[in-house]
Design a protein around this ligand. Structure first.
Ligand SMILES: [Cu+2]
Length: 126
């Protein structure tokens, strides 16, 4: 008898909790998940380049990757800042993709053939 009334009280408490919040508990949880996904991880690393064309190429390459939600490369510091979902994309794949279009990072170097194919203004190696 005691257990039954405890259960009823518990169910009632849960019910009034969700009523208090104005929406079911489950929808609050899904909102939280969305926020986590939207934020993702943010990281900044060096990507060698020179000019505005490099900026476009680097940002376009990074953004085209599934799991990368934003990419901003700074011409002066040659630093790329990306927001990404680590469950969808590994950071190393981003380094590789950038090297494939001719841009060295500290982890992956572009091969000479790819590098030599870059427009003259984009040649960043000394
Ligand atoms: Cu360039």
């Amino acid at each position: 008898m005691k257990i039954t009334s405890f259960l009823i009280a518990g169910v009632f408490a849960l019910f009034s909790f969700s009523q208090l919040n104005g929406e079911p508990v489950s929808s609050i949880e899904s909102e939280t998940n969305k926020a986590t996904l939207k934020g993702g991880e943010k990281t900044t690393f060096k990507v060698y380049g020179n000019c505005g064309m490099c900026e476009n190429r680097i940002e376009k390459t990074a953004k085209s990757m599934d799991g990368v939600t934003s990419a901003k490369w700074d011409k002066e510091s040659e630093m790329l800042t990306i927001t990404y979902d680590p469950d969808k994309v590994e950071l190393m794949s981003v380094h590789k993709a950038l090297a494939e279009v001719g841009h060295d990072t500290k982890k992956v170097k572009a091969d000479d053939k790819t590098y030599s194919g870059l427009p003259g203004c984009c040649k960043y190696r000394d």
